[in-house]
Design a protein around this ligand. Structure first.
Ligand SMILES: [Mn+2]
Length: 385
């Protein structure tokens, strides 16, 4: 039995609001669907963040529908859970459930095991930190079901961050149900594959399929997992996507701007890429003439889809910088600045990602509850009295 595991497709996202970048995401998604058909997988498992926003436009909806249709025409089931991008701050039915209602795909995010032949799939949609207890209860029930079916290939689909893989994780490997052959994870945008002694199978994050707002401009490799479940142990293989539009970062010395730009041009041309890349040039130096740099950068437009630049200021204290343009992701920028001010990633995450959204919505009671819980559980250490 072979399954394909993908997550964080963020269909509908368009980096820099460019149509080309929106299309890149669909190209990556199509490549995944084509691979599932070509490799004759038995099922595709999507671990959440299917769409970039909870109310996707027509195009991302149609793209998902086309992918599911192609899979169905080849007898491949599509199992999915939902991430925070699919459900956050939303009332009513998440859009992706349309395909479940039409009987074209199988939603597994409610913790109810689904058995189809030799395969058992159970999943959980994204929970916030204050909802973790409910999630852990669900894990307990899923584990009982898995234990009762040792003859099946058991896959659990979870959209949460694992602390062992990411500093902002909400759960640990100790929280996970033990008796699954494969842990199809979503939420982290970098790919990861981990094994834990107490768990029956590997824990895998395929990562996002294209860079998303929080990832900025940098070199990357995106992909998905093909998981062979035929043997006694699951064998996951992470497969890189070929259709990705590349992104590069260059550092240049301002006094040598002209030569450096020639070097960058040559380096890009030598790569003979199938898609014009996205490029960030970081300019080091003093008294930088913005207009002069901007002109040099836009001269790259014939070979780059999106050339951008930022200055690296010398001399100032570490982390102090001036942004010339709006950061690609203002949320991520706030997190970074908060971490710098507080000197602590976890506190920054708590403030910006957990507390601030509640306060923005005016949910004072919930915010207070969150602070109290953090205090009572000594989440950030005990306060000396
Ligand atoms: Mn995501």
């Amino acid at each position: 039995m072979l399954i394909l595991h993908t997550s964080d497709t963020h269909l509908g996202y368009a980096q820099f609001d460019l149509e080309e970048r929106e299309k890149d995401v669909y190209d990556a998604f199509s490549e995944i669907i084509e691979t599932a058909v070509k490799d004759r997988v038995d099922a595709v498992v999507h671990a959440g963040d299917i769409f970039h926003i909870p109310k996707p436009a027509g195009r991302p909806l149609v793209r998902l529908g086309e992918g599911i249709k192609t899979l169905r025409e080849h007898g491949i089931r599509f199992y999915f859970t939902l991430g925070e991008h699919d459900i956050l701050r939303m009332r009513g039915t998440p859009s992706a459930l349309l395909f479940q209602r039409l009987g074209l795909a199988t939603y597994v995010g409610d913790g109810e095991p689904v058995i189809d032949g030799d395969l058992m799939v159970v999943g959980f949609h994204k929970r916030r930190t204050i909802e973790i207890e409910e999630l852990l209860e669900g894990f307990g029930r899923a584990d009982e079901a898995a234990k009762a079916h040792p003859e099946k290939k058991r896959v659990v689909v979870i959209h949460q961050g694992l602390l062992e893989c990411h500093p902002y994780g909400e759960i640990t490997a100790n929280d996970l149900p033990r008796h699954f052959d494969y842990y199809a994870m979503g939420h982290l945008h970098d790919h990861a594959e981990r094994r834990f002694e107490r768990l029956a199978g590997p824990v895998c994050y395929p990562g996002s399929i294209d860079p998303t707002p929080s990832e900025g401009i940098r070199e990357f490799k995106k992909g998905f997992f093909l998981v062979d479940l035929s043997g006694s142990e699951a064998r996951p293989e992470w497969v890189g996507l070929k259709s990705s539009r590349q992104q590069f970062r260059f550092e240049v010395e301002y006094p040598r701007l002209r030569q450096e730009m020639e070097r960058i041009r040559k380096e890009i041309e030598e790569r003979s890429l199938q898609k014009k890349p996205v490029v960030l040039v970081r300019v080091k130096g003093q008294e930088i003439d913005n207009a002069k740099v901007a002109a040099s950068i836009s001269a790259l437009r014939d070979i780059c889809l999106y050339p951008d630049w930022e200055p690296i200021l010398e001399g100032g204290p570490a982390g102090q910088e001036v942004l010339m343009d709006r950061p690609a992701d203002i949320q991520e920028e706030m997190l970074r600045l908060a971490a710098m001010a507080l000197g602590d990633d976890k506190r920054a995450y708590f403030a910006v990602r957990e507390l601030l959204p509640l306060l923005e919505r005016g949910e004072k009671e919930e915010a207070l509850d969150l602070v109290n819980k953090a205090y009572e559980s000594s989440r950030f250490g005990r306060v000396a009295r």
